[in-house]
Design a protein around this ligand. Sequence first.
Ligand SMILES: NC(=O)c1ccc[n+]([C@@H]2O[C@H](COP(=O)([O-])OP(=O)(O)OC[C@H]3O[C@@H](n4cnc5c(N)ncnc54)[C@H](O)[C@@H]3O)[C@@H](O)[C@H]2O)c1
Length: 446
Amino acid sequence: MHLKNQLLEKIENRTACVGVVGLGYVGLPLALEFARAGFHVIGYDVSERTTKALMAGKSHIQDVSNEELTRLVKSGKFEATADEERMKEMDAVSIAVPTPLAKTRDPDMSYVLASADAVGRHCRPGVVIVLESTTYPGTTRELMQPKLEACGLTVGENVFLAFSPERVDPGNPTWNTKNTPKIVGGITPACTEIASALYATCLDSIVPVSSTETAELVKLLENTFRSVNIGLVNEMAIVCDKLGVNIWEVIDAAATKPFGFMKFTPGPGIGGHCIPLDPHYLAWKMRTLNYKTRFIDLASEINSEMPAVVVRKVAQALNEEKKAVNGSRILVLGVAYKRDIDDMRESPALDVIRLLENQGAKVAYHDPHVAQFREDGHEHKSVELTDKEITSADAVVIITDHSVVDYQRVVRLAGVIVDTRNATARLAKGKGRIVSLASARSYTAV
Ligand SMILES: NC(=O)c1ccc[n+]([C@@H]2O[C@H](COP(=O)([O-])OP(=O)(O)OC[C@H]3O[C@@H](n4cnc5c(N)ncnc54)[C@H](O)[C@@H]3O)[C@@H](O)[C@H]2O)c1
């Protein structure tokens, strides 16, 4: 009781030292929110390259500006370190390390386990620890709690443990770490109370839930909901293609219904660190309980088919020009997994490029946010979007519809465009043909 009140007081008067473990897309913005709220924040990351760059005011996260980072480093409110010993100073620890999938599609818990070990090594009574990494229900109680208790601590009595999923949507201009409601579920009511008090200092709204499992499952429900609905609309795109109906017109018309419909749009597949991976954490957990999550599996099957659907569209479009994929020059526009961000993780563009190259196409790409990337030991560099680059391509394939690209110019100059995002729908027609992802009818320029 005494330790709990002491910690609550330190949180209340901002004298608690807040630690954030893992300074990536999730951890860095969160660390800076705590710093802005007046705490002294230590960001710990195993990558010394990352921590050194951050201390030099260089942000690797698009949503975090160098100016703001520099201001908080200079004010002494935020420091980044790769020195694990600094964990000793932390009164509160938020863990935001990766939770990828292994090649077998099973959860790869190695980062969570490594960070739990490190926290355990340096933890002392009177500390609150919050896991933020997306994971399967049971992780906090079954993996994290034993690690802390093996160090002689008792969760709920002298150390406090909770799960709070990060819901950040990188690149979203409206919703960010601060104004997105924060779910918090503790191992005990005291854990929930302290973790909620911590986040309430810098985030606009806190939603306490009754357990760590509930909090873990909230995140998986949200991302499974997205995966399933994207899978549904992608299947609807295939249906529309076969029927010769324009999917975009169908969706826009359906979205005029003021209730009971939520708009999702089809595309070349799903990407990022969340939607393609998170539902598999739940599917895995349920397999261990001898239950098959059919919606998750089906959505994943349809969504992962989409790059091949795109490549078939490209082949069909080239065929109509009496050309083969083999030997054709293809210009891919946009390789990040979604609009206006620089994140390439799990991007469907990688599959589209690989499938086209496997069929002998010569693929170049342009992406204003991704200057270069490496895939299968092969270096790819963004080409400049010159008139010549557009006119000399046998087909231009729009994978990611970044808003800074001048699609009107592309439509004016390109011979064939395969538009997987409907980026060209409202533009004046150009000289070439535009093939939509989801309508059998392509239209010719007038
Ligand atoms: N990116 C998103 O949009 C998003 C949104 C919501 C939730 N999440 C979840 O948040 C978690 C983190 O994702 P991210 O996108 O921030 O990952 P990231 O790869 O951008 O960053 C993770 C950071 O953790 C560091 N790291 C790895 N092991 C470590 C360790 N043992 N100790 C300290 N640092 C370590 C890495 O060096 C890296 O800097 C994942 O579980 C992810 O599913 C991500």
